[in-house]
Design a binder for this molecule. Structure first.
Ligand SMILES: [Zn+2]
Length: 108
């Protein structure tokens, strides 16, 4: 048996634009892994309309700014008292609407 081949062009995802701030995230960026993307088909009682598709892409900065007061951040790897203190500070900053926390990486 001999196989024959044909050339095809395949589209792959290479970037994502944040719907809120228009930041362009590319797949080899660290921010790519931290984006929030949702897409679902609304159901019968949905306020978005039965059968409509609802989708959203947000960069991590916009996730923090838009959802910050409702986000709960827990550590799965950091368990020392100092680590928990840093997480508490980060959560408190989110509650205050100041999501960015400068952390001494040597303490992590
Ligand atoms: Zn954004």
């Amino acid at each position: 048996m001999m196989l024959e081949y044909t050339s095809q062009t395949i589209a792959v995802v290479s970037a994502c634009i944040c719907n809120r701030c228009q930041r362009r995230l590319v797949t080899d960026d660290m921010d790519w892994q931290e984006r929030l993307s949702i897409s679902y088909r609304a159901g019968y009682s949905s306020i978005f309309g039965d059968g409509n598709t609802v989708s959203l892409d947000l960069c991590q900065q916009c996730v923090s700014e838009v959802l910050g007061s409702w986000l709960k951040i827990e550590s799965s790897e950091l368990n020392s008292a100092e680590d928990q203190e840093l997480l508490a500070i980060a959560n408190a900053r989110l509650q205050d609407g100041k999501p960015w926390v400068e952390v001494d990486v040597d303490k992590l």
